[in-house]
Design a protein around this ligand. Structure first.
Ligand code: TYD
Ligand code: MG
Length: 460
């Protein structure tokens, strides 16, 4: 068998004939690793095998459009993140840190998909370990077909036998192809194993879930190429100190990438959290300065949660800025706006911003809340615990309109907030909503004056 040596980047998957310190494709340093590759064609399953096309021109209308019948996993949060269920023939990568609950999620999914005779292929754990885990779950998938195998060709042969309607590979990093000489988990192995499975999925219409570990840098270990190959990439994340877990679609050819599923890791496996806001607000520190309640849209669902800020006089020459769960550049912009429009002397302060619960938010509608929390900490004045803040900040200090304002306000009302501060322009489109006071604001300066008016007079 012909083999050649290549150097593949463990970050982006690019390969080179020679080693070099830096990958020319993704510019990362020290990521090239030596790999022995089987030359395309020599094993009959080289590069060419990856294509799923049959090489015949067809008219668009000849292609069946009924492929949209999705399988429902019985886990509402998972179905939603997938875009409404599992698409036949799709290949889904489930990434996440070790121990976060990927195997548990897959096992529970299989329990819900029993009618499709799922096949769970384990390369990491023994069959006993899986049995023990299954015993903890509320619905044990007793008829689940298990296979302890890491040889990808043998796995594909088993799939070929046709007794299964869905396959889980736990994990892609333990799978290997004999005709590739590098170790399991290497770029070439992961890529070629995934290619083979992808071909199987597309040919047979059997959906395949690949479990993959994430490196410290937050990337699916090994090649980023894997992300390009698969149809959907789900990221399972959470802080170990908290019991809840967030499932996020990072890429989805069959749905939106904004959707978010929230779970709680309990004694009996993962539990869906239907009202995440209640969970995120449950540990709220009301009455303290430096916290504000914001409303972020995650997909179609409004999430109400707490943001925290700490402003302390800096004891070193260079003041520190730190943003956890929030964009660092955006924090700097907000600080600049506060300095310019309110004349705050933030250059002498260390500023820390944190989204409660270890969540990451990119919705600009939380700007107003972030700014208010910073000022609250800076002045040591608490914000009224019954108010939620919605609004994006513009560079001139204007409070800008945001999307889905009604959905956000309704969620606040449902959670029992008495009032919402929101962009003035939103009032044109929002009629009064019963049971909650709407407080429109045009400018950050006035918004903060209004917000702290009560608190300031109470404390002085
Ligand atoms: P696991 O699914 O093995 O994680 P991964 O496959 O991502 O490595 O989950 C491991 C953790 O979840 C483990 O620390 C134990 C915990 N766990 C529970 O708290 N409750 C349960 O019912 C189960 C099955 C696991
Ligand atoms: Mg696992």
């Amino acid at each position: 068998m012909k083999t050649k040596t290549v150097f593949a980047c463990s970050n982006c998957g690019a390969s080179y004939p020679r080693w070099s310190g830096q990958c020319r494709s993704c510019n990362e340093w020290n990521t090239l690793v030596e790999e022995r590759q089987v030359k395309a064609g020599s094993a009959g399953k080289g590069k060419g095998a990856r294509s799923t096309a049959q090489g015949r021109v067809v008219a668009l209308r000849e292609i069946s459009a009924s492929g949209e019948e999705r399988l429902h996993t019985g886990i509402g949060e998972l179905d939603r993140v997938l875009g409404g269920g599992v698409v036949p023939g799709s290949i889904v990568l489930v990434g996440g840190d070790p121990g976060i609950g990927k195997s548990t999620l897959m096992l529970q999914m299989c329990a819900g998909l029993q009618p499709y005779a799922p096949l769970y292929v384990t390369g990491e754990e023994s069959l006993q370990q899986i049995r023990f885990r299954a015993l903890r779950l509320p619905t044990a998938p007793d008829d689940l077909q298990l296979l302890a195998e890491t040889n990808i060709v043998r796995i594909c042969d088993t799939i070929q036998q046709g007794a299964t309607g869905l396959v889980v590979i736990d994990s892609i990093q333990t799978s290997y192809r004999e005709d590739i000489e590098s170790a399991p988990g290497s770029v070439a192995q992961v890529r070629e194993c995934a290619a083979l499975l992808m071909q199987k999925a597309k040919q047979s219409g059997i959906p395949v879930f690949l479990v993959g570990h994430v490196t410290k840098e937050g990337m699916i270990a090994g090649p980023k190429v894997l992300e390009h190959m698969v149809d959907t990439v789900l990221q399972f994340e959470g802080e170990r100190v908290y019991s809840y877990r967030i499932l996020r679609a990072v890429k989805n050819r069959y749905g939106s990438t904004n959707e978010l599923g929230v779970f709680e890791m309990a004694e009996q496996g993962l539990r869906e959290v239907a009202n995440p806001s209640e969970l995120f607000l449950s540990e709220r520190s009301s009455g303290e300065s430096g916290t504000a309640v914001v409303v972020a849209m995650e997909g179609t669902r409004p999430l109400v949660l707490e943001v925290q800020a700490l402003a302390t006089a800096s004891s070193y020459g260079v003041p520190q800025r730190s943003a956890t769960g929030y964009d660092y550049k955006r924090l700097q912009m907000i600080l600049a706006i506060l300095e310019k429009r309110l004349g705050l002397n933030l250059g002498q302060y260390d500023i820390f911003v944190n989204i409660a619960g270890g969540l990451r938010l990119d919705d600009p509608a939380i700007d107003l809340g972030i700014a208010a929390a910073i000022v609250s900490s800076y002045r040591d004045l608490p914000i009224d615990a019954d108010i939620a803040l919605i609004g994006e900040l513009g560079l001139t200090g204007e409070v800008r309109a945001v999307t889905s304002i009604e959905a956000r306000v309704h969620e606040c009302r449902r959670l029992g907030f008495r009032s919402v501060m929101l962009p003035g322009s939103a009032m044109k489109r929002t009629s009064a909503i019963e049971g909650i006071e709407l407080r429109p604001e045009e400018r950050i300066v006035q918004a903060l004056v209004d917000l702290f008016a009560g608190a300031a007079s109470a404390s002085s």
